[in-house]
Each structure stands twice: as C-alpha cells, then as structure tokens.
Design a protein around this ligand. Sequence first.
Ligand SMILES: [Zn+2]
Length: 320
Amino acid sequence: MRATHGLALALVLGCSQVAPRTGHMERPPSSPPPSAAPPPTAAPPPPAATASPAPPPYDLAADRERIRVQAQAELGDGTQTALAQGVFVLVAAPGWNKTALAASTDLTTRAIDAYYSGRFDKRPERAIGVYLFADAASYQAYCKARLGGECDSPFGMYHPDIKRIVMNAGPGLGTLTHELVHPIVEADFPRAPIWLNEGIASLFEAPVLPAKGEIHGIKNWRLPRLLEGMRAPAEQREARLDVLFGMSDDKFRDAEEKLHYATARYVCQWLDQEGWLWPFYRDWRDHFADDPTGEKTFAQVTKMTPAQANAPWTRWARAL
Ligand SMILES: [Zn+2]
C-alpha cells in the first residue's frame, strides 16, 4: 500500500504481503535443546539422527504467552489481551478499552466460525498477534517505533514474517474481519494470487453475519472506484472481471492498485451472492497445479468463461 486517501468512509486498505522488515523478525522462543545425554543403549538410533536433529516442536501456549509478554513490554501497563479461536491473541493498546476489546474478541470468534463453515479449511497453526490501536496516531507511532517505518496502509496490515496484524481500529472493525482473512488464506491456499486474497479480505471488510456460521459482504466504499473505472475510457480495460484471471501479484500492486482492489472485491461479492464464490475458491485451491489462472475452475463452477461473465457482472455492479 503506497498512498493514503481521503475517503471519510474508508475502512480498510490493508494488504497481505508486507515485505519482511529486517530487524523485527521475532521468533517463537525455542524450547530447551534436546538432552545431550546419549539415548538408552537398548534403543536403536533413528536412521536420520546423524543428519540433522529435528527442530523442537512448536509450542503454541508458549508462543501465545510470548506475544502477551512482548505486547506488554512494547505498549505498556495499560495493555490488555484476549484469546480468540486458539491462535489469535488480541492486543488492545492503551486507549482501546476493555469493552472494545470484548467486542473485537466476539467479532473475531463469530467471523472465524463463519470462515470455517464451508469456506476455508486449514487453520493457522501458529499464534498470531492482533494489535488494535484506537486511532491513527498511536497506530502509526507503533509502526515507526517497532516495524521499521510508517504503516503502508492507513488502516491495517498483516505482517506474515512476524505473524502479526497491526491495525487502526478507530474507523471500525471492518479492518479486523479483512485482516483476519490473510493469515487464513496463507494457511489454507498459500499459492492464492493476491487478487483473490485481497478480493475475499476486502469483501469481508463490510461484513454481515446473519446467523452462526454465516458471513457475507455488502456494498462499501470501494464501489465508486470500480464504477469510475468502468466509465473512464482509459481504465475500462482494467475494470473487468476477466482481467483478474492471470493477473500477477506485481500487476495487482501497480499504479491501478485501488481499481484492482475494487474489481476483485466486487467480483467476490457477486460470486458470493450467486453461490459460486466458495465452490470456485475451494476447487481452484484443490486443483491449482492444473489451473494456475483459475479460468478452468471458474468456467466449471459458473458455466461461463471469465470473458462471458464480464457482462452480467458489470450490469450487476452498475445496479448496486
Ligand atoms: Zn488486505
């Protein structure tokens, strides 16, 4: 994310693939090294024992505690934490009060329940810190002090290198339901292109959760950018459903990034409304090697090629 913008209703402009920040690559604490004592003489040595010792097993409880201790050290005594869904350690920076933390924890719990109800399958295995700041000033101050510079997005980011979501929760918790998608996609569909990753994440930045296990996205502030792209002669070839298929991650992040976000987001909303999003996502994930662009899976699910689907999708978006 390179530029801020002035939309008053803007909630999220997050991104998933943040370049690792050198000097801030915290790791889970290592377990004590294996005992140096020789194994019992009766036990045969394992065949690969001399090649390389197995790394210590990951200790989830210890990692969650490490996140809590680190957050307290970084943010001070007023910091509160809460655990959601086993791996998400929510960290309320001073200013994000107890009631707001409870609401954030409840939303995380309900959203994750829905994300794993016929949508995603594989869960993150390692603890993820979710830092919630009450305003832009405290959020940016943290990025500058701890993450090597100003936050690229004015609303929230997921840092995969340190398993940490950092967000300005002041504008609303849509940022939270957006950013939670990124570590989930990282676990569930690690080869997903950014357009799909950000399209789904952006869909859920304006979430509705009508019942347990259900989550959908409704129209939000990204629509005007899409409609502008559909109208502008210079951008019409970008504001199309079919341009996403085969779009590289670098292309997604180019000068038309905001239009690409909007296009991907509304393609995902349309697919979800038609009941196609999750069959498409899951089938593509499971057959990615045979269908790297997703076009074949899209056609199987929707009975249209991406080029054929552009017209009905465009009509739908213009009528929103
Ligand atoms: Zn994002």
